[in-house]
Design a protein around this ligand. Structure first.
Ligand code: NDP
Length: 347
């Protein structure tokens, strides 16, 4: 199978209110909060948008182009992709390329676009993990799909247990020297692996800009070691799946909605929605109501109360969800009483 053989895009014609080329809202920088990414020169929006789900061939172009436009209009300057986001693999990048061509690309210098390689992308021994061969080829493919000369951040998407870290990090450093990425990051590396990766990148004089890790009220593996390490090393931290793929919202409290991720996807399954989880969600929802927030807003605010979390990397399947999530920024302060109650529930 060739690298792109599995890409079969459903090209939906432009229509309705997306017939016109996009022009950004002139007030787009009024409300967003920007945070410094570690000890770098880069500021990221406190809320960034990820294209893992909802931007593939099975999704509606008119829906996701509106999500992307609304995001940028609200000051979300950072869009996160990976080679295999879709489905099908590569289609989120192709679709993002179409969104760029449809007007967003005129703002290229206001955008931080990231992509990654690490998970399965094409058949054979060079289509995944961390070899120089895979990373270099994958980034070239990603640039073509998006119609870009460079990405802002290129990630090693996961550590490769068999390829020496020197090879993976050396490839990242060379990618920066070639001008195909401005910065590099790592994702899903534990604290020890992160320490090793950072040391090698330092030797190459290409610092690691950012670590992308799963972090939410329901998944706090980063707290004991990784977060303190990143803080100490001056590396930024972007939290992915901050809503635990939608569990940290009120949507599952009254059953499983037909179009929800739990109903449609394999990354969140119905049997993950146990009575115990629903009990916790219900209790958290009550605390959120007491704060005048939805649970989704509170879950994002809870992460952002830690100033060292540079950005929360959300997904959204609709514009109303995106707008709800943006409201998290209106209150990221928690009383000691609220934090104690939340801890009790999470334990
Ligand atoms: P979230 O935890 O934010 O989950 C997003 C999903 O939650 C949406 O698709 C929607 O689900 C639901 N949702 C969002 N907002 C609301 C709301 N206000 N009310 C109710 N439901 C809501 O993040 P993702 O898991 O999507 O991950 C975000 C990004 O992180 C990805 O796009 C990707 O860029 C990155 N990521 C990186 C990984 C890595 O290995 N580095 C792994 C996973 C993600 P529904 O479809 O049911 O409406």
């Amino acid at each position: 199978m060739s690298p792109t053989e599995n890409i079969n895009l459903k090209l939906e014609p432009f229509g309705g209110n997306i017939a016109e080329k996009y022009t950004a809202d002139s007030n787009r920088y009024n409300d967003m909060i920007y945070r410094r990414c570690g000890r770098s020169g880069v500021l990221l929006p406190a809320i960034s948008l990820g294209l893992w789900h909802n931007f593939g061939t099975i999704d509606s172009f008119s829906n996701f182009i509106q999500i992307a436009h609304k995001a940028f209009d609200a000051g979300i300057t950072h869009f996160d992709l990976a080679n295999n986001y879709g489905p099908v693999y590569g289609s989120a990048e192709e679709n993002f390329g179409r969104i760029l061509k449809h007007g967003l690309g005129a703002y290229r210098d206001e955008l931080i676009i990231s992509t990654k390689a690490g998970y399965d992308m094409w058949a054979g021994p060079y289509g995944n993990l961390g070899s120089r061969k895979y990373l270099m080829a994958s980034l070239d493919q990603s640039l073509k799909r998006m119609g870009l000369d460079y990405v802002d951040i290129f990630y090693s998407h996961r550590p490769d247990p068999e390829t020496p870290f020197e090879e993976t990090m050396g490839a990242l450093a060379d990618i920066v020297r070639q001008g195909k990425a401005l910065y590099v990051g790592i994702s899903n590396y534990d604290a020890e692996q992160t320490q090793r990766a950072l040391e090698i990148l330092k030797e190459h004089r290409v610092p690691c800009l950012i670590h992308q890790a799963r972090y939410s009220m329901f998944d706090r593996w980063t707290e004991p070691e990784l977060l303190p390490l990143l803080k100490n090393e001056g590396v930024g931290m972007i939290a992915f799946s901050p809503l635990a793929q939608g569990l940290l919202s009120d949507k599952y409290l009254r059953g499983i909605p037909e179009n929800s991720r739990a109903a449609r996807s394999i990354s969140l399954t119905k049997n993950q929605i146990t009575p115990e989880i629903l009990e916790k969600i219900g209790q958290l929802n009550q605390i959120a109501s007491g704060r005048g927030q939805t649970l989704a807003e509170m879950a994002l605010a809870w992460l952002l109360r830690n100033e060292y979390v540079t950005s929360v990397l959300i997904g959204a399947s609709s514009v109303p969800q995106l707008l709800d999530n943006l409201k998290a920024l209106e209150n990221t302060q928690f009383s000691v009483g609220e934090l104690d109650k939340i801890e009790c529930i999470l334990k």
